[in-house]
Design a protein around this ligand. Structure first.
Ligand SMILES: Nc1nc(=O)c2c([nH]1)NC[C@@H]1CN(c3ccc(C(=O)N[C@@H](CCC(=O)O)C(=O)O)cc3)CN21
Ligand SMILES: O=c1ccn([C@H]2C[C@H](O)[C@@H](COP(=O)(O)O)O2)c(=O)[nH]1
Length: 277
């Protein structure tokens, strides 16, 4: 996970301070790219312990098209609690746009099903995209996330906005644009989630997993994460774990939590950091 640690150092060295929506303040750089070869190991941070359960359940929840935190809470995952309404609603966030993008004609579009079909039938295509940025559903910036959700708008606009997939020489690679990235808390989740998704899609399409490439717009460290970032940089990264998927489900929508086994994940201790809401 050297590219991640280099990015942390980059932001510590070059980040400019600016205020932000949450009132916390961040140090940021604009426009960065990191890449990981999935054949070299599964990209989980070893310089702090990540809650892999949360990452995997969140991805399965996105893929199911669900936008209520009930499923996450039933599985002990609390990472979306702060943005939801009392009823657990987040409005039409990722799951809704991925699986039920609403067209003007009342028709809904399943971008994930279309993606898998396209990867299988027309692998050389340059149009393998999932896009979360549905302008009609963006929140009213003057309202709180849960107020927007209650009004049927997204609680937060998507951060991991645009996914593109690429098939070459029997390998599936993925590129993700993240418009705004919380480098200490969000980025490690986004990286591992993209890696899980790429392995799942590769399995469904009888391909090997290739590379993941992450391009970041506003790449920031919250002002109250600086000490944690420095502590992590004092640590030496160790060998990456390996992902085993224990069966081949019938479709991309049939994966269960128990199907995944991460072998050899031996991270250093967890480093806690406050989340900016
Ligand atoms: N400020 C901010 N950063 C984010 O990364 C973020 C948001 N907001 N809002 C929406 C989602 C929710 N995500 C989150 C939310 C919380 C954690 C977090 O607190 N992680 C802890 C462990 C918590 C757990 O997994 O139970 C960590 O130490 O990684 C991570 C990602 C990513 N997103
Ligand atoms: O997957 C995610 C989701 C969210 N984030 C971070 C990036 C920002 O710190 C906040 C969102 O605030 P905005 O004002 O909407 O940019 O959440 C992330 O890193 N990854």
């Amino acid at each position: 996970m050297i590219p991640y640690l280099q990015l942390l150092q980059d932001v510590l060295d070059n980040g400019q301070f600016k205020g932000d929506r949450t009132g916390t303040g961040t140090y940021s750089v604009f426009g960065r790219q990191v890449r990981y070869d999935l054949q070299a190991g599964f990209p989980l941070l070893t310089t702090k312990k990540l809650h892999v359960r949360s990452i995997l359940h969140e991805l399965l929840w996105f893929l199911s098209g669900d936008t209520n935190i009930r499923y996450l809470k039933e599985n002990g995952v609390s990472i979306w609690d702060e943005w939801a309404t009392q009823e657990g609603e987040l409005g039409p966030v990722y799951g809704a746009q991925w699986r039920q993008w609403k067209g003007e004609d009342g028709k809904t579009y399943d971008q994930v099903a279309t993606l898998v079909e396209g990867l299988k039938k027309n692998p050389s295509s340059r149009r393998h995209i999932i896009n979360g940025w549905n302008v009609a559903c963006l929140p009213d910036e003057t309202k709180k996330p849960w107020e927007n959700a209650a009004a049927g708008l997204m609680a937060l606009p998507p951060c991991h906005v645009l996914y593109q997939f690429y098939v070459c020489n029997g390998k599936l690679s993925a590129s993700l644009y993240i418009r705004s990235n919380d480098l200490f808390l969000g980025n490690p989740y986004n990286t591992a989630s993209l890696a899980f998704l790429t392995h799942m899609l590769a399995q469904q399409c009888d391909l090997e997993a290739g590379e993941i490439v992450i391009s970041i717009g506003d790449c920031h460290l919250y002002a109250n994460h600086l000490e944690q970032a420095k502590l992590q940089l004092e640590r030496t990264p160790t060998a990456l774990p390996k992902l085993n998927i224990l069966r081949k489900p019938d479709s991309i929508f049939d994966y269960r939590f128990e199907d995944f086994e991460v072998v050899g994940y031996e991270p250093q201790g967890h480093i806690s950091a406050p989340i900016a809401i």
